[in-house]
Ligand binder design. Structure first.
Ligand code: HEC
Length: 171
């Protein structure tokens, strides 16, 4: 390869490099003009998000500050702050809780609407039946955690009285 050829090669090479640098600068200028706008709103949002992400997941409550409201089942009873505690109907409670055993005689549980099965038990009267369901009886584990006493009462009424036509004596 002669010196002259080297010179041509170097010139061409330098031209190509220069062209690539030019294209790069051109692209940077275009990108900046399209996306490089100063946007204070967006900056503020980015800042806020960053602060949220960096903030600890706990907070120290200074004395006197009210505690934040927690979404907890045992809080906010009905008379407090006008909250409403929903009482399910007997049929709803039965479908949600009792049906697991009282349909299909699971563990020998009397079935919903089973006249003979219930007839021999209802003589115990309302109070005993409700408390047996709430606290557990024989093969039936306590249901007090799954339904309030009012709901248990409604469920018994629906499952036995409504569905069999039997009447449970008071007491
Ligand atoms: C995990 C199964 C299960 C669930 C859930 C269940 N029961 Fe029972 N229940 C039984 C069994 C089993 C018996 C029969 C208990 C025995 O005599 O040993 C029974 C008996 C009863 C009795 C008769 C109690 C007595 O003193 O003879 C009533 C009333 C009753 N259940 C109502 C309910 C109601 C209302 C619910 C829903 C709130 C419910 N049960 C949920 C299994 C269950």
């Amino acid at each position: 390869m002669s010196t002259e050829q080297d010179g041509v090669f170097l010139r061409n090479f330098a031209l190509v490099i220069a062209a690539l640098v030019g294209v790069t600068i051109f692209l940077i200028v275009v990108a900046n003009s399209l996306f490089g706008d100063e946007n204070p709103e967006r900056d503020a949002l980015v800042q806020e998000r960053a602060e949220q992400n960096l903030a600890p997941s706990y907070a120290v409550r200074l004395s006197g500050e009210p505690a934040p409201a927690l979404a907890s089942a045992d809080e906010a009873p009905a008379d407090d702050a006008g909250g409403v505690v929903e009482v399910r109907s007997g049929e709803q409670v039965t479908q949600a809780v009792c049906i697991a055993c009282h349909q299909g005689n699971f563990l020998n549980a009397p079935g919903i609407g089973d006249v003979d099965g219930w007839n021999e038990r209802i003589g115990k009267g309302w109070d005993t039946l409700v408390s047996n369901v709430a606290n557990g009886y024989g093969n039936m584990p306590a249901q007090g955690g799954a339904a309030s006493e009012e709901e248990i009462r409604a469920a018994i009424e629906w499952m036995i009285e409504t569905e069999t036509g039997l009447a449970i004596p008071e007491g």
